[in-house]
Design a protein around this ligand. Structure first.
Ligand code: GLN
Length: 217
């Protein structure tokens, strides 16, 4: 919770928990000492991965997160955009947490950011219809983008992808499951319990990836 689209993820987790009818406690991690065995799952948000690495230094947050992932390999992690970069390119002390190459800013500059329909191939639990409370979004004036929400919940379906100065997986180096595609290109990969997406699901009103995370936890 140091940088990037973090409040949106917190809201999305709350909405997803309501859809699943379960209770969650969302913990805003800012210091390494908060990262302990009580955490069931983790979100690494999008934003700016270099800024995140730097911002986390003083309180050793990222190092603690990597150590936690190393210690609890079965606990699910969702990394979006910059978060996907942090999963694929951890500190040299660790092997990549998702086995794929990734190139930063590989779609171009900020103005080359785009939205596109994606194909999802990931088993996700259904959720009942609920509105996100949007407290924190409102506080920071971060409103969900007015994109189309998901319709049915079959195994292959469309998802409205929001790509903001996004990275790209180096397609020939992907050694894990490809679960989201833009045309022929994989933009979402699953490696064990780690899901890395190069787009921003938390900016839409479609919380299926957050439901996946909570369901798997
Ligand atoms: N360009 C950013 C980076 O390299 C990622 C962009 C994003 O998370 N929206 O870290």
């Amino acid at each position: 919770m140091l940088q990037g689209a973090r409040y949106e993820h917190a809201e999305a987790l709350r909405a997803a928990s309501q859809q699943l009818g379960i209770e969650v406690e969302v913990i805003h991690l800012k210091m390494g000492k908060q990262v302990d065995s009580h955490l069931d799952c983790l979100v690494l948000p999008g934003g700016e991965s270099t800024a995140m690495r730097k911002a986390s230094e003083s309180e050793s947050l990222l190092g603690a997160i990597y150590a936690w992932m190393d210690e609890y390999p079965l606990r699910p992690v969702l990394g979006t955009c910059a978060g996907a970069i942090l999963l694929a390119q951890p500190d040299s002390a660790y092997e990549p947490f998702i086995r794929t190459g990734i190139a930063r800013n590989a779609w171009g500059r900020q103005r080359d950011s785009f939205e596109a329909m994606l194909e999802v191939n990931l088993e996700v639990p259904d959720g009942k219809d609920v509105e996100a409370s949007a407290d924190e979004r409102n506080q920071f004036n971060h409103q969900p983008l007015p994109v189309q929400a998901a319709g049915s919940e079959s195994s292959t379906e469309h998802f409205h992808g929001v790509f903001i100065r996004a990275p790209r997986f180096d397609q020939s180096t992907i050694e894990c499951n490809q679960v989201v595609h833009l045309g022929k290109e994989a933009v979402g990969v699953l490696d064990g319990s780690r899901l890395a997406l190069t787009f921003h699901p938390e900016l839409t009103g479609d919380y299926r990836f957050h439901r996946w995370l909570l369901h798997r936890a």
